[in-house]
Design a protein around this ligand. Structure first.
Ligand SMILES: [Zn+2]
Length: 118
């Protein structure tokens, strides 16, 4: 019988795992969003207290905004140059010093910025 097969042990376990994943999905999405929010908070806090490693000028959120703008332009250029290609890109520039224009990488573990040639 079809209903009997549904409740076979392996199907039951698979169904329970599927239901658990579906129930956990909103929590996982919430945790991912919270993790990203925490990352952004740490990035802004570090930019507000840190000085540029090249010239010592305080970075502030304007350095982050300029890096976001630069990075978006870089991605747009990649899409224009290679239409239809999917990229796996690691972001290497998180801030651009407003004084000396150095490209800076944010080390999340250390909470510091380092100069990068990217
Ligand atoms: Zn600088």
């Amino acid at each position: 019988m079809a209903t009997h097969r549904l409740f076979e042990r392996s199907n039951l376990v698979l169904n329970m795992v599927a239901i658990a994943l579906i129930l956990a999905l909103p929590v996982l999405v919430l945790l991912a969003a919270a993790g990203h929010g925490l990352y952004l908070y740490r990035l802004r806090a570090a930019a507000n207290r840190a000085g540029c490693p090249a010239c010592g000028h305080r970075l502030g959120t304007e350095a982050l905004r300029q890096a976001d703008q630069y990075w978006q332009g870089h991605l747009d250029e990649l899409r224009r140059t290679y239409p239809g290609i999917r990229f796996r890109v690691v972001r290497l520039i998180h801030a651009i010093c407003t004084e000396c224009r150095s490209n800076l990488f944010f080390d999340e573990k250390a909470g510091t910025f380092t100069k990068t040639q990217a």
